[in-house]
Design a binder for this molecule. Structure first.
Ligand code: 0A1
Ligand code: ZN
Length: 869
């Protein structure tokens, strides 16, 4: 540990095995919103070679009432705000600790808290220590028995991990339930839920023929929105059996929805707790994106049962061991659910878009860290797109290098070796390496080095020989000035080699392993220079510096059968137009038109072709960011695409109806998204009928995707109907918090009026005072504040103080309520040093305003300190 003025830095290199292990935990919890009593009885053993060590337990924000060792009261302990130390302990003993906490006062939503009158817990990463004193670290694994007590009329449902053993009526209207989890687990996987909830149930048979009870628990009013989550759970269970041979190990598996939650969801053993956003859906209230997010988050949490729970992390530096792997698994699952090859490609493109939009900037900014960080001040700040999404890319590359079968062999060996253990990323790679006899020593640099590698591609063609020289580099990141070469798997194919004498070599997709700084691919016997399709399906998470000619890019856009690279070709051409002012050639426009009108192409793929590179990704392409220049140039391109292809957009609008009963499948969702895009483009092009189309679509929609799409167009193009429809939308859905979140978010992310750039901030300030707004609910805070500051760069970034001050003020206010939600928002100015000076001055003042506050949480302090450094 290194201490500076007000922060402690934890180092991966300082890992020490615990001095004591805990075999069993017996919790007795009397639930009361204003004072919950916890009796925690543990069987503890001194670890070998730890003679004389005192026991140091973690504990925070609770009142310690008593400590007993083998039944005898102990008074000679040491208590600090973060720990409880007990001396002179025998080698094996029972430790019983009684403490109390106040759930209704807990606004951090870590530990035990109350949401809408019900009790919930969140223990990852370090929340269990707010419930009781414990060795709250993932390498301490114990079996748990939990007795929950509460007043029955207020808290009729009592849930915890594992199996329900006993239920009892108690005096004075109380009741109790006893739960036993047979699998040893770290404390971060503990959970309880208590309150007025109802469930839908299904019983299924697992692969080996065992009955499994599945439940989705929600508030009574939401019961009609649980079917999709249940279907997604069943599909996930089947998929994990088929793809990885992994079965559900408990007799009962529960999902619970909660309206106040910091993140997406949590994989507590047998009792997954979800943000309502990732459970509740019906056609009227949830969009297609919501449906697909629910499917993938349900899958993600379920898949953690093996990758995270059965095999867990030794310490939090290893977080990507479970998260990168589990994201990879949920991505593969969702791709398989798409039901077609084009659907899989669409899923891949969406995943890469997210990576480049959010992770690439992170990897180039002050918070850059390897997927396995070497240090942290606040672990909550490391639930990042780097650990998750880049982590998944690192797993995907291992599958690309080893093949699907080889990867499966590695997974089998990983579970064979490590089931029931808390292990490291090295252990995972060793299993992959040993199962396939493949040396992955250099590959492991992906775990230790931060930054996005760049690969420069230089082509030459002379005398029938085609050569591609590949040169890799990686920019410096905090604490890492120089980097060793990465092991980069590049899938490639040479197109246009009909005249090749060695067609076998040229016309198949190949895997090239770039392991040195510079290597060359040579293809002999070609009559003409071919077109290179490289990093197909985004086989490596890198930036390609490749000045490919427009004609080669058009070839790829027209005929590459790798749908990812087809899409990528259009993105590159768009980027050249936005950043260099390149004109859209008629060749390009004609090709785009053909694509849009192609009746064989997947509508979701077409939608992605016309989705322009995100502003945050465009920022990464320039040395000095002028956000307004980028914003306006991007809008100009969209206008040109709208204008030149107006007829095709009209055709697209009219030909992508989804009549009849709502179906959330990928094909129907793709049609709706293309239809919404067409409506947007028609409005952008000034088509006379667009206003009417939008109003009719809004009024006639039988699903949220179309209703919201129409409303968004009205709001973004300041239609005369916008105000009325916004009001109607609010009134129609006022009792549905998730839809009201959409109502806020839509207004916070609307495009700015070019003539009145401050108008969005003005609206946001007014919405901030709306009676439905609250900073205490994370979803609601995010729907307005984070949405404006982080998802509306064109309106947020102005060369003046106002919106940066708004941002700072909310980071400061949220810091008092919920440090995690505050710290996410604090990331909003990460890249400030890259901005043009007339923005930078105001950004810096805003950062400094936060930095000088007293009482900054470790979460916010770390982010701001690193940004200003
Ligand atoms: N393990 C969860 C993510 C998660 C992490 C921390 C939390 O605390 C507020 C909540 C959830 C996942 O990967 O889904
Ligand atoms: Zn996860």
């Amino acid at each position: 540990m290194a201490r500076t003025e007000n922060s402690i830095t934890f180092l991966r290199s300082e890992y020490k095995a615990p001095a004591f292990t805990i075999q069993t935990v017996d919790l007795d919890i009397a639930l009361n919103p204003s004072k919950t009593m916890v009796v925690n009885r543990m069987m503890i053993q001194r670890a070998a070679g730890q003679i004389g060590q005192s026991l140091v337990l973690h504990g925070e924000e609770q009142e310690l009432i008593s400590v007993r060792v083998n039944g005898e009261i102990v008074r000679g302990y040491e208590l600090t705000p973060h720990s409880l130390t007990i001396h002179n302990l025998p080698d094996q003993f029972e430790l019983s600790i009684t403490s109390a906490n106040i759930p209704e006062k807990n606004t951090s939503l870590m530990g035990l808290y109350v949401s809408n009158g019900n009790f919930f817990t969140q223990c990852e990463a370090e929340g269990f220590r707010k419930i009781t004193y414990f060795l709250d670290r993932p390498d301490v694994m114990a079996t748990y028995q939990v007795t929950l007590r509460a007043i029955k009329k207020d808290f009729p449902v009592l849930l915890s991990n594992g199996n329900l053993i006993k239920e009892e009526e108690l005096p004075n209207g109380w009741h109790s339930a006893v739960w036993q989890d047979p699998f040893p687990k770290p404390s971060y996987l503990f959970a309880l839920v208590a309150g007025k909830l109802q469930s839908i149930e299904r019983t299924i048979k697992s692969q080996s023929g065992k009955d499994k009870l599945l439940q989705v628990w929600v508030e009574a009013k939401d019961l009609d929105k649980t079917e999709h989550a249940m279907d997604s759970l069943i599909a996930s269970i089947k998929w994990d059996e088929q793809r990885f041979g992994l079965e559900l190990d408990l007799d009962r598996f529960m999902i619970v929805a909660v309206g106040d939650f910091n993140m997406g969801a949590m994989e507590n053993k047998g009792l997954n707790i979800f943000n309502t956003k990732f459970v509740l859906a019906n056609p009227e209230t949830a969009s297609d994106v919501d449906y697909s997010n629910i499917e993938s988050v349900v899958a993600h949490e379920y898949f953690h049962n093996w990758t995270g729970n059965r095999v867990t992390c030794r310490d939090w530096f290893q977080l990507s061991l479970k998260e990168g792997l589990t994201v990879f698994r949920d991505q593969e699952f969702s791709a398989d659910q798409m039901g077609s090859a084009s659907g899989k490609a669409v899923k891949r493109i969406e995943d890469v878009r997210l990576l480049r939009q959010v992770q690439f900037p992170e990897d180039a900014g002050p918070m850059a860290h390897p997927i396995r960080p070497d240090s942290y001040q606040e672990i909550n700040n490391f639930y990042t797109v780097t650990v998750y999404e880049k982590g998944a890319e690192i797993i995907r590359m291992q599958q690309t290098l080893l093949g699907r079968e080889g990867f499966r062999k590695g997974m089998d060996l990983y579970f064979k070796r490590h089931d029931g253990q808390a292990v490291t990323c090295d252990d995972f790679v060793s299993a992959m390496s040993d199962a396939n006899q493949k040396d992955l020593t250099e590959f492991k640099r992906w775990y230790s080095q931060a930054g996005t590698p760049r690969v420069k591609v230089e082509e030459s063609f002379a005398g029938n020989t085609y050569q591609v020289k590949l040169t890799q580099s990686c920019p410096a990141t905090p604490g890492q000035d120089t980097k060793e070469p990465f092991h980069i798997p590049l899938l490639y194919k040479i197109l246009g080699t009909e005249s090749s004498s060695d067609s076998s070599k040229a016309s198949n997709e190949q895997l090239f392993e770039l392991t040195q700084t510079s290597q060359t691919i040579t293809v002999e016997g070609l009559k003409q220079k071919p077109t290179l399709s490289i990093n197909r399906n985004f086989s490596a998470p890198i930036v390609l510096d490749f000045e490919q000619s427009e004609s080669d890019l058009l070839t790829l856009l027209r005929q590459d059968e790798d749908a990812f690279n087809r899409w990528e070709a259009a993105q590159k051409l768009f980027m050249r137009s936005i950043l260099n002012g390149a004109t859209l050639t008629s060749d390009l426009l004609n090709t785009l038109k053909e694509i849009l009108l192609d009746g064989q192409l997947d509508p979701a793929f077409k939608d992605l072709i016309f989705t322009l590179p995100a502003e945050s990704y465009l920022y990464e392409q320039v040395k000095v960011i002028d956000p307004q220049a980028i914003h306006q140039s991007r809008r100009k391109l969209r206008h040109q695409l709208a204008h030149h292809l107006q007829e095709a957009w009209l055709w697209a609008y009219e030909h992508h109806q989804t009549p009849g009963k709502f179906n959330p499948d990928a094909m129907s969702a793709g049609k709706r998204s293309l239809k919404n895009l067409a409506l947007h483009m028609l409005s952008e092009s000034g088509h006379a009928g667009a206003g009417d189309f939008a109003l009719k679509q809004y009024e006639n929609a039988n699903n949220m995707t179309e209703r919201y799409g129409a409303l968004a167009v009205m709001v973004n193009f300041a239609s005369a109907h916008a105000a009325k429809c916004l009001q109607h939308f609010h009134q129609t859905f006022q009792s549905d918090a998730l839809v009201i979140d959409k109502w806020f978010a839509l207004q916070a992310t609307r495009q700015s009026d070019l003539s009145n750039p401050r108008s969005v901030l003005k609206d946001v300030l007014a919405l901030r005072q709306h009676p439905d707004f609250s900073l205490k609910n994370p979803n609601r805070a995010r729907s307005l504040i984070h949405a404006f500051c982080m998802n509306n760069p064109g309106a947020f970034h102005q060369p003046e103080a106002a919106s940066y001050e708004f941002w700072a003020k909310h980071v400061i206010e949220l810091n008092q309520i919920n440090p995690q939600v505050a710290a996410r928002l604090a990331r909003g100015l990460d890249r400030w040093k890259q901005f043009a000076p007339n923005y930078q001055v105001h950004m810096k003042s805003a950062l400094e305003l936060i930095a000088k506050q007293d009482n900054l949480s470790s979460d916010v302090a770390e982010v701001i300190e690193k940004a200003l450094n």
